[in-house]
Design a protein around this ligand. Structure first.
Ligand code: ATP
Ligand code: MG
Length: 416
């Protein structure tokens, strides 16, 4: 009896080689930028105690309320698959006491899990690359991470990038803003213009209404009071400093008064990069400042600023910018023989010398192997026989005899 097929879970994406080549390219461009900017890679676990994200990201957020994969393990521990990277990285630096030698500049490359409605660029398992700077209150730290994100996204081949920035102020200027916001929102809630989630969040976290994706809530949000009008002097100075510093490096930006972003830990600067038309899933990067996060997680009071790029979304944007697929590497040499063990020995020797060498594994005769060498795009063909090696340049057809087992000479000849 035939068994029924099993498919990948909804919202996940298998990484076939073509896609993985794009991902590796994205990651290598990013990591190379991190190297030049001095952001060292750090790792955190795929799962954490749920409380870390509840406290870090905030209880009244889409991530925690709707999207987190939580489970209880055999010992009754409440755990969650990592929905984002920042809360875990902040926990790590507190736990390992890395907060003495500041600034601390870290980068990461992670899988994230969010139970969302799958769509193009919106997955349940996705990949983020990010960078975070801990310890600096200076606006130059904000502009450094923004510059890192911008130059990396450009180097990936993404054209048509828009940087939106805003300041959310600190806890104290935000309190007066929230009072004004609630006064503005109440009549709209009463007249049924806000979705039920926003109405239920109004008392606990009215800022979230500004980030709701529901079209009618967005209309209401557009006319809401502006945070910029409520900033205290320090926050205004900081925001002006960030803009001046971006001007100094020549990075264009739009001030977007209603940009909030969906995580509770942000204060002062928030930013996002949109690619192309920049629809709902066109945000390739999101970030901001989270000066209160470390303290909120029981650590010292250390300011921080950072961002995360969605790899899958970056790849969509690269393709929309006209970037071609990355072809697989072709073998440098194909090792053919009428004796399979001789081909094994030759291929192993060349591979041991760092050469990409192919050989037959399908039981082909010598003639068919020679055809296979041409078909796979190898640059060189080696035929290893009882009384010597024959090296053929498949581009020019030129042949060269070599002594038996002279694999070092072969490697030298084909690597020149
Ligand atoms: P969105 O508003 O699109 O839901 P977000 O505000 O939830 O994004 P962040 O939590 O700031 O996004 O994550 C940073 C980046 O990670 C996003 O800009 C995006 O590129 C990527 N990202 C977020 N959620 C997903 C997802 N479900 N699938 C793929 N990429 C995602
Ligand atoms: Mg989201």
């Amino acid at each position: 009896m035939a068994s029924s097929r099993i498919f990948a879970p909804r919202g996940t994406q298998d990484g076939l080689p073509g896609e993985i080549r794009m991902k590796r390219f994205v990651e290598s461009v990013f990591m190379e930028h991190c190297r030049c900017y001095g952001y060292h890679e750090a790792h955190t676990p795929v799962f954490e105690y749920s409380e870390l994200f509840e406290r870090g990201v905030g209880p009244v957020t889409d991530i925690v309320e709707k999207e987190m994969y939580t489970f209880t393990d055999k010992h009754g521990e409440r755990l969650a698959l990592r929905p984002e990277g920042t809360a875990a990285l902040a926990r790590t630096i507190i736990e390992h006491d890395l907060t003495k030698d500041l600034p601390l500049k870290l980068s990461y490359k992670i899988t994230c899990y969010r139970q969302e409605n799958p769509a193009e660029g919106r997955l349940r398992e996705f990949h983020q690359i990010g960078a975070e700077c801990y310890g600096s209150l200076l606006p130059q730290a904000d502009s450094e991470v923004i510059t890192l994100a911008y130059t990396a996204l450009r180097a990936m081949g993404i054209r048509d990038l828009t940087l939106n920035i805003n300041s959310l102020g600190c806890q104290s200027c935000r309190t007066s803003y929230i009072n004004a916001l609630v006064r503005y929102l109440l009549p709209h809630a009463n007249s049924g213009e806000l979705c039920s989630t926003c109405v239920s969040r109004m008392g606990r976290s009215p800022l979230r209404v500004m980030d709701c994706k529901n079209p009618s809530c967005r209309e209401v949000a557009k006319k809401a009071p502006k945070l910029a009008d409520f900033l205290c002097d320090d926050c205004r100075d900081h925001y002006e400093g960030v803009k001046a510093s971006l001007d100094a490096v020549g990075i264009p930006y739009n001030e977007k008064n209603h940009l909030i972003r969906g995580l509770d830990y942000y204060e002062r600067t928030v930013f996002e990069f949109k690619a192309g038309e920049g629809g709902a899933n066109g945000t390739v990067c999101g970030g901001g400042r989270y000066d209160g996060l470390c303290a909120r997680l029981g650590g010292p009071n250390i300011p921080a600023v950072g961002f995360a790029i969605g790899e899958e979304r970056a790849i969509i944007a690269m393709r929309e910018s006209g970037m071609e697929e990355i072809p697989p590497e072709k073998p440098l040499v194909y090792v053919a023989s009428d004796a399979p063990s001789r081909a094994s020995r030759g291929a192993a020797r060349l591979r041991g010398l760092g050469v990409y060498a192919e050989r037959d594994l399908m039981g082909l005769g010598l003639k068919a192997q020679i055809k296979a060498a041409k078909d796979c795009g190898a640059r060189w063909l080696v035929i290893t026989g009882e009384d010597g090696i024959r090296l053929t340049d498949l581009k020019t057809g030129a042949e060269q005899p070599m002594p038996t087992e002279a694999w070092d000479d072969v490697a030298r000849a084909i690597s020149e």
